[in-house]
Design a protein around this ligand. Structure first.
Ligand code: MN
Length: 231
C-alpha cells in the first residue's frame, strides 16, 4: 500500500506492566453520568445516557509519575476540567448485555475530559453539535491503562481532582447513574464496539475553570494518578 502522504501515526496508550501499547480507535464519552454533576449543569440526573465523541488524536498520553503539558486551547475563555474513569475495550461487540460487559473490558485508566465550556454552552443554546466544545486538540489527557485483572474494585473507587493542590472534585465511581456495564450496554446498542475503543464514563460534581499555569492532579483509587500542567 502506498499513500499520497505519510499516514498519521496510530495513537496509543501505555499499559501498566506490559511493553505493548493499547492502540486507540474511537473515544466515546458519556454526558452527565453523576447525579450531582447533572444538577450543577442544570439537569435532573434522571435521563437516559447520551454520548459524544472525541477524535483519537485528542489524546495526550501522560506516563506514570510525570506531569504532562496541555496547551490552553484557542477560542475559549472558560476551559473546564472533568476528571473521569476511562474504560478501555479489548473485545468488540454490539448489543452487549450489561451482565456480559466485563468480558469486553481490557482495562481502566484515569482521564480528563477537557471542555471549552463557553463554546459548549453556546452550542447547547443553539441546538448545535458539541464538537467545538468537547472534541478539540489535546482535550483528552489520559494516564496508563491498568489491565482489568489488576483493577479490582474500580467500580467503587474514589475519584478526585485537585487544582494547584486544592480539592475541586471528589466522589466515588459507585455514584455513576449508569454503571460501566449499563453504559456499555447502551453504547453498544448504538455503535458496534471494537478493540481499541475508549469510553470516558462521565465526571462527578465540582467541574470548574483552569488557566495557564495551573497544575491538575487527578486519580481513581487503584489506577494511579494523572497530572497535567496548563501551558
Ligand atoms: Mn465528561
Amino acid at each position: 500500500m502506498s499513500y499520497v502522504f505519510a499516514a498519521p501515526p496510530v495513537v496509543s496508550v501505555p499499559v501498566v506492566g506490559q511493553s505493548a501499547q493499547f492502540p486507540v480507535r474511537h473515544i466515546y464519552c458519556v454526558g452527565r453520568n453523576y447525579e450531582d454533576h447533572a444538577k450543577e449543569m442544570g439537569f435532573t440526573g434522571r435521563e437516559p445516557p447520551f454520548f459524544f465523541m472525541k477524535p483519537a488524536d485528542a489524546i495526550v498520553v501522560v506516563p506514570a509519575g510525570e506531569t504532562g503539558s496541555v496547551h490552553y486551547p484557542s477560542l475559549t475563555k472558560n476551559l473546564h476540567h472533568e476528571i473521569e474513569l476511562v474504560v478501555a475495550i479489548g473485545k468488540g461487540g454490539k448489543n452487549i448485555a450489561a451482565a456480559d460487559a466485563a468480558q469486553h473490558i481490557f482495562g481502566y485508566a484515569v482521564g480528563l475530559d477537557m471542555t471549552r465550556r463557553d463554546l459548549q454552552n453556546d452550542m447547547k443554546k443553539q441546538g448545535r453539535p458539541w464538537c467545538i466544545g468537547k472534541a478539540f486538540d489535546e482535550s483528552a489527557p489520559i494516564g496508563p491503562i491498568t489491565p482489568a485483572a489488576q483493577a479490582m474494585g474500580v467500580e467503587q473507587a474514589e475519584i478526585y481532582l485537585q487544582v494547584n493542590g486544592q480539592d475541586r472534585q471528589r466522589s466515588h465511581v459507585s455514584k455513576l447513574i449508569w454503571n460501566i456495564g449499563e453504559t456499555i450496554a447502551h453504547l453498544s446498542a448504538a455503535w458496534e464496539l471494537q478493540p481499541g475503543d475508549l469510553i470516558y464514563s462521565g465526571t462527578p460534581e465540582g467541574v470548574g475553570a483552569v488557566v495557564a499555569g495551573d497544575v491538575l492532579l487527578g486519580g481513581v483509587a487503584g489506577l494511579g494518578e494523572l497530572s497535567i500542567k496548563i501551558v
